[in-house]
Ligand binder design. Structure first.
Ligand code: B16
Ligand code: MG
Length: 220
């Protein structure tokens, strides 16, 4: 455990897989497209898509199957339609356990918060979850900067919050997100199995465990 909270002034939360389990919805939508294309797409395949942009996800799904840019755009639109149908059914009940407790605890300590997602649909998901008033900033995949694993989305969030990169702690469920946090000079909490998020400064199973850690840890 290398995480140091003494300098932390902001927490930057990934959305999909951290605050809510949309990775399951992404899986269902990609699988539907894969079936129509006569391709197999398993839960294991889906693991590689965590935190990865829509375009890069399509490439992983196609596994080398050639396609024109026009065709790629049409397939991505189709997958997104399937995904949005599922997002429409989301409610605040789809927040992962511990989410509001952690956000509340940080607010009480005067620590700023942002949601930082590669998803172009993040704003809609946040609306469905009624999560907007719980955070200070939302940066999504529509920002005109490279997506994770590039650090740009996190750096943009730090700028908006008025803090230094070294004062930020990123909370991520994906390897691509942890890589992005590190590249941006930020500390990182990884949520999930060691083999996926072991590169983080602190590994927790979920936000409930992170909450317990924050409760015990008293910054000096
Ligand atoms: P969209 P995050 C990421 O969000 C997801 O983890 C990833 O599976 C998805 O492909 C990506 O957003 C793009 O999403 O197609 O909705 O623009 O984990 O960075 O919150
Ligand atoms: Mg994620």
């Amino acid at each position: 455990m290398n995480l140091k909270l003494d300098r932390a002034r902001a927490f930057l939360f990934d959305l999909d897989g951290v605050l809510t389990d949309t990775s399951e919805l992404h899986f269902k939508a990609w699988r539907q497209l894969a079936e129509e294309l006569g391709l197999t797409f398993t839960r294991e395949d889906n693991e590689a898509l965590r935190g990865v942009s829509r375009r890069a996800s399509l490439d992983l799904l196609l596994k080398g199957k050639p396609c024109s840019e026009q065709q790629a755009a049409a397939w991505m639109d189709l997958k997104n339609d399937y995904y949005l149908e599922l997002v429409e059914q989301m409610t605040p009940q789809d927040l992962l356990p511990g989410t509001l407790d952690v956000l509340w605890m940080l607010r009480e300590r005067g620590i700023k918060t942002a949601i930082v997602s590669s998803s172009k649909n993040a704003r809609l998901v946040v609306e469905r979850l009624k999560l907007g008033r719980w955070v200070d900033e939302l940066i999504d995949g529509n920002a005109p900067v490279p997506s994770k694993p590039a650090p740009d989305l996190f750096i943009l969030a730090a700028q908006r919050l008025g803090v230094q990169a070294g004062e930020c702690v990123v909370v991520e469920d994906a390897e691509a997100g942890i890589e992005a946090a590190r590249a941006g000079g930020m500390q990182c909490v990884g949520l999930g199995p060691q083999q996926r998020v072991g590169q983080a400064d602190l590994v927790c199973q979920n936000l409930v465990e992170l909450r317990s850690f924050l409760q015990i840890y008293q910054p000096v």
